[in-house]
Ligand binder design. Structure first.
Ligand code: TXA
Ligand code: MG
Length: 322
């Protein structure tokens, strides 16, 4: 079991920062999901992330920074689009892929000549980053391929035996991972829909290209379909579609955007009281975990409208269903 320390306690931040500087891994909260952090400049520390998560080395990591002023230490060719997006969305759930400087170890970027950078908005994350005075490389704190954690207990359940310390910052408010936007070429590309809506990004820099529309070799390796796989098989139905009758003797679970009359299902999760997509994103991963842990034979998930955070939700649901 890992120790769980209250992240709003300054003493806990000092202990966690000390461990990180010593080359150990520390799990920490962000506004999106919990991260598994290492000193991004220490290759041996970063290597442990891949071991603990069982993550393939071809999948690069996001580097978390305390302030946008730090970006130029790790990236070059920071153009007007990058500056505009940083000013608008940082701190917050947006990751920018920029041309990297050589100080960033190849292990972090999986040999790419780019680096993914983000300034998170959670007060505990910022306090932790400031105390370490280091860039922190961190993927979501889950075994590779499983649902991302949105509470400290989710991290404890999946990785508690492999790590020493979890900083607790309460349940994540955004609930889906950051939007990953590549700016290393002329055409901005959304490699992963996430906590900042694509529409909001386009309002700042104009039309962007969605990752699925570009060549596979330019895509983010982390967008593999084998992500977010539950133990229980999950199938998707259309928005508002009639629910298939549950089969006698079969324990079927339901994941719905908002409440409606239900009968005969073994477990039901509503993502929002009134169909709000931001609230739905916040609740998504915890609801999937609960459905995965009550011995169901299958889960039926209702699709959500694909605008705003609905795009990020559908991306995760499609991959959970794949
Ligand atoms: O919200 C988040 O982004 C969370 C929190 C902890 O910050 N982190 C997270 O990390 O979701 P991870 O490792 O689970 O996902 C990182 C994504 C992957 O899809 C990866 O392929 C992509 O970012 N990525 C990282 N560096 C990249 C690069 N240089 N070029 C393209 N994609 C990159
Ligand atoms: Mg992940």
């Amino acid at each position: 079991m890992a120790a769980i320390l209250n992240g709003s306690d300054p003493q806990a931040i000092r202990i966690a920062a000390e461990k990180l500087r010593a080359g150990e891994l520390v799990a920490f909260p962000t506004e999106t999901v919990y991260g598994l952090g290492a000193n991004a400049l220490n290759e041996r520390a970063v290597a442990q992330i891949f071991t603990v998560k069982n993550r393939p080395h071809f999948d690069p990591l996001i580097v978390h920074l305390a302030a946008k002023e730090d970006v130029s230490q790790y990236a070059t060719e920071i153009d007007q689009r990058a500056v505009a997006l940083m000013n608008r969305f940082w701190p917050g759930p947006l990751t920018l892929v920029l041309r990297k400087r050589s100080i960033v170890p190849d292990l972090v970027t999986a040999g790419f000549d780019t680096v993914a950078l983000r300034v998170p908005a959670h007060p505990v994350t910022l306090a932790f980053l400031r105390e370490t005075k280091l860039p922190i490389a961190a993927p979501s704190a889950n075994p590779f391929g499983y649902v991302s954690p949105t509470t400290a207990m989710h991290v404890q359940d999946m990785l508690g035996d492999a790590i020493g310390l979890i900083l607790d910052g309460g349940p994540c408010t955004v609930g889906v991972e950051s939007t990953v936007c590549a700016l290393n070429e002329k055409q901005a590309v959304i490699l992963r829909p996430g906590g900042v809506a694509v529409e909001a990004i386009e309002a700042v820099i104009g039309p962007v290209c969605l990752g699925s529309a570009v060549q596979p070799d330019r895509r983010s390796p982390g967008t593999l379909t084998l992500h977010y796989a539950l133990r229980v098989p999950l199938s998707l139905i259309a928005v508002g579609a009639p629910l298939p009758p549950s089969q006698p003797g079969e324990r079927t679970g339901l994941l719905l955007l908002k409440p409606r009359p239900i009968e005969g299902y073994a477990a039901v999760e509503f993502l929002s009281r009134d169909g709000n997509l931001i609230e739905a994103a916040t609740n998504l991963f915890a609801a999937l975990r609960r459905l995965d842990n009550v011995g169901l034979g299958r889960v039926i998930a209702e699709s959500v409208p694909e605008h705003g955070l609905g795009r990020a939700i559908m991306d995760r649901l499609r991959r959970a269903a794949a």
